[in-house]
Design a protein around this ligand. Structure first.
Ligand code: BG6
Length: 477
């Protein structure tokens, strides 16, 4: 008997801006991701206060405009996912394919028809689509003309978008998520809020206001979804990095607690509990922001209360370790800490910590008493295909195996988990660097960082391994 429930959703995850390409095809408008330059300095560039959201081809390359051309290869790509036995496939809908400017009066039918085809292709193989409404790809026009999510008008635009896609696909899609890694805006507001990173209290105020507007927008989308179909599941989605204090120094323990509140829990506390948590005012005050000065109406608070998220979707790649002493820094997924002497790092310096996943699952499920869904996990690594296209990615298998073991232990701990969708199940453009060479997939895509290559797809060793994992419902690892 497997530890995993019979209906457990094994699958994989991607995002439109990182795979589709065809960035202006069939009426699609520009999204923020289309103007993010590629390269190791991407995050520093988009976080610079002078980042101007303009395309400068003389200076930069724009890998998200190309993706892996899933827009044209979706049928053969989904066939490969089906060959692995996927029970579900998490992908996102590009808002700018449906409403090219975000504020358009009518949706773009060609964009809607594309996702009809993707969904139907999944269903053909019995794969449940799991759809993210907004994954780092808001229409650029909403940034350049409206100033991003700190502008309240975006709530109505998003509601309109959510209504359009829910109405169109709710008969075929049961699992949804509103904003990908909504909490990551704390450090990188450009990606999901369309805001430049500004130092000091005014920068933090904009982020908190933008979050509030997103919370209300997500709650309205949840209301719409439930009205359309009672059993629809609309989750929130957070980036969770299990947080440790470096040592037993109470100062470091308090630091870890406060960082947990500020980064890991604040957004999901609001979205799952339907109310701002007790620590809100104190937390905001530490950043120089007075909670009572945010534009929040009584109606907003009622909307949040009435429409909590159905489940907690989260990404987990690594843990973080915090200290008030200067210790060698570690790298990380849109957040970092100091080097943890008990952990090894990935090629990109992210601490590898499967036990941290068991802790995360227990912490989230127990905190909210709602199901959890690991919607991203994986190892970004450089692959070396042989001339005859063999990729022996044992390092990836070891990483995933250890994390699935941790997930199985969490299930035995009593955690209620819906599914597991490793990130970048097919190689795609990295969110933080725009590189193709940072690969997560079971399927190798022959493209380099500048988009050169045949684009051919090859099964890696991890492909056969994951196929067996799914076939045995997690028994054979
Ligand atoms: C998450 C994002 O932060 O991590 C994905 O939701 C992203 O979009 C993934 O690709 C891995 O990060 P990266 O920077 O290695 O692509």
């Amino acid at each position: 008997m497997s530890i995993f429930p019979e209906q457990f959703l094994w699958g994989g995850a991607t995002a439109a801006n990182q795979i589709e390409g065809a960035y202006l095809e069939d009426g699609k408008g520009l999204s923020v991701a289309d103007v993010f330059p590629g390269g190791p300095h991407r995050l520093a560039l988009i976080n610079a206060p002078q980042f101007d959201w303009a395309i400068n081809r003389g200076k930069y390359d724009y890998p998200n405009q190309r993706g892996i051309d899933f827009y044209h290869y979706y049928a053969t790509d989904i066939a490969l996912l089906a060959e692995m036995g996927f029970k579900c496939y998490r992908f996102s809908i590009a808002w700018s394919r449906i409403f090219p400017n975000g504020d358009d009066a009518t949706p773009n039918e060609a964009g809607l028809a594309f996702y009809d085809r993707v969904i139907d292709e999944c269903l053909k193989y019995g794969i449940q689509p799991v759809v993210t409404m907004s994954h780092y790809e808001m229409p650029l026009h909403l940034v350049t003309v409206y100033g991003g999510w700190k502008n309240r008008q975006l709530i109505d635009f998003f509601e309109n978008y959510a209504r359009t896609i829910l109405t169109r696909y709710a008969d075929r899609v049961r699992y949804w998520m509103t904003f990908n890694e909504i909490n990551a805006a704390l450090h990188f507001p450009a990606m999901s809020q369309g805001l430049p990173k500004r130092p000091g209290a005014s920068g933090m105020r904009a982020i908190y206001q933008a979050w509030h507007n997103q919370f209300v927008a997500a709650a309205r989308a949840t209301a719409l979804g439930h009205a359309l179909r009672e059993d629809l599941q609309i989750g929130c989605m957070i980036l969770y990095a299990t947080t440790y204090a470096y040592d037993a120094n109470p100062v470091n323990q308090l630091m870890a607690l406060q960082e947990d509140q500020a980064f890991n829990y604040f957004c999901s506390d609001v979205q799952v509990r339907g109310a701002y948590p007790s620590y809100t005012a104190a937390m905001m005050a530490r950043g120089g922001v007075a909670f009572e000065t945010l534009a929040i109406t009584a109606e907003d608070l009622a909307t949040l209360r009435a429409n909590p998220a159905d489940y907690i979707g989260f990404s987990y790649y690594m843990s973080r370790t915090l200290s008030n002493q200067w210790i060698e820094m570690a790298s990380g997924n849109l957040a970092s800490g100091v080097h943890n002497p008990f952990l090894q790092d990935s090629d990109w310096g992210w601490p590898i910590d499967p036990t941290g996943l068991r802790i995360a699952l227990n912490a989230l499920n127990d905190r909210y008493q709602k199901p959890v869904f690991i919607v991203e996990n994986g190892l970004g690594a450089v692959d070396h295909p042989t001339p005859d296209h063999v990729v022996a990615d044992d390092y990836r298998i070891s990483y995933l195996k250890a994390h699935i073991h941790a997930l199985a232990s969490a299930l035995q701990d009593g955690v209620q988990a819906i599914g597991y969708t490793p990130w970048g199940c097919i190689d795609l453009v990295s969110a933080s660097t725009g590189q193709m060479s940072k690969r997560y997939g079971f399927i190798y895509v022959a493209l380099d960082d500048l988009g050169k290559g045949s684009g051919r797809r090859d099964r890696k060793a991890s492909f056969e391994w994951y196929k067996r994992v799914i076939a045995s419902n997690g028994e054979v690892l």
